[in-house]
Design a protein around this ligand. Structure first.
Ligand code: GH3
Ligand code: MG
Ligand code: MG
Ligand code: MG
Length: 308
């Protein structure tokens, strides 16, 4: 899974031990034979707001790794070799940072660790503040990478890989709170004509401007996704259809009044939208169908409008 960060909420391993992990909380797996050292590290790193799981046996380490999808693995050098040779592919395909803790700082030991694929090499006894900084740096790289996979390059809003994941999370939350949200499908009008008349680069500029207007005018809880070429999906949490109509109406007015230019010529662009309100009990596929058929009827009625 690409976005494991979003799927971790409340996990259990094979033994039934469960871990309550917040959505954005990084999860760190530490493998070391020294149990009192593990207890110390766990307590210290938890103070930083991370979720930390520790184990002193290699078999347990494998099952924790596969069950819980940690965001960073720290292993002491006597376990590192066996661990990394078995999980190498998962570590590198999911870009999970791997840090080796070593009681020796010999050059050979360091070289062996980096050759194994370690992202960092830390010598014991560890300085906890330095360890924190070095883990943070790895987590940050991983987070940026994960986010880049979910972003559309042209517009920098989320791409459709993100949709199912975020939709399911929003459904769960609204079902739990007996609340409603709106899913909106937007399609720019006569976009092919814009490309044909002014060229693809100008078309791209319109898409970027549109996405940037969405980012500026919607709230930070709202989700913006580029669904396809000139199609976007919005998810507006805790927003019923009536409130969504007001928001889309004002977006439409603002966008329709924005003047675009290409060389000497100027032009305007409009969009059509379909709004679907749900309590979160509907599958994504069905919600998309509903929003799409509302969008279709907006197009039928002449475009530059929205339908519920
Ligand atoms: P309608 O009002 O019915 O939606 O008409 P339309 O022309 O917008 O719809 P159509 O689906 O026929 O055309 C969409 C066009 O969007 C065709 C495609 O070449 C263009 N397009 C898709 N992705 C991009 C992109 O990334 N950049 C540019 N410039 N154009 C794109
Ligand atoms: Mg289209
Ligand atoms: Mg079309
Ligand atoms: Mg279109």
């Amino acid at each position: 899974p690409i976005h494991t960060l979003l799927q971790k909420n409340m996990k259990a391993d094979k033994n039934g031990d469960s871990f309550d992990i917040a959505d954005d909380q990084p999860l760190i797996l530490i493998i070391d034979e020294d149990v009192s050292f593990l207890i110390y590290l766990k307590a210290e790193l938890e103070k930083e707001g991370w979720a930390v799981i520790v184990t002193s046996t290699i078999d347990k380490a494998f099952s924790l790794f596969y069950d819980l999808h940690p965001d960073c693995v720290i292993a002491n050098n006597s376990y590192a070799m066996e661990f990394i040779t078995q999980v190498q592919d998962s570590l590198s395909s999911q870009l999970v940072p791997f840090i080796i803790l070593s009681s020796s700082n010999e050059k050979l030991e360091r070289m062996k660790s980096y050759q194994l694929g370690a992202d960092d090499f830390i010598v014991k006894p560890v300085e906890i503040d330095e360890l924190f900084v070095r883990i943070s740096r790895q987590l940050k790289k991983r987070k940026q990478f994960n986010e880049s996979l979910l972003k559309d390059e042209l517009t920098t809003v989320y791409n459709r890989k993100f949709l199912l994941d975020v939709y399911q999370r929003i459904c769960l939350e609204h079902v739990r709170n007996h609340a409603f949200f709106s899913l909106i499908m937007i399609d720019l009008d006569h976009f092919k004509k814009i490309n044909d008349t002014y060229g693809h680069l100008t078309g791209d500029k319109v898409l970027k401007e549109f996405a940037s207007m969405l980012k500026n005018e919607l709230s930070s809880q709202d989700v913006i996704i580029r669904f396809g070429g000139e199609e976007f999906i919005l998810i507006l949490p805790y927003t019923k259809a009536g409130a969504a109509e007001k928001i889309i109406g004002s977006l439409l007015q603002h966008f329709s009044e924005s003047l675009f230019s290409c060389d000497e010529e100027t032009f305007f662009v409009t969009f059509s939208a379909g709004i679907y309100e749900t309590d979160g009990s509907v599958r994504l596929e069905d919600a998309l169908k509903k929003a799409d058929s509302a969008l279709y009827s907006a197009k039928e009625k002449g475009r530059a409008r929205f339908e519920v």
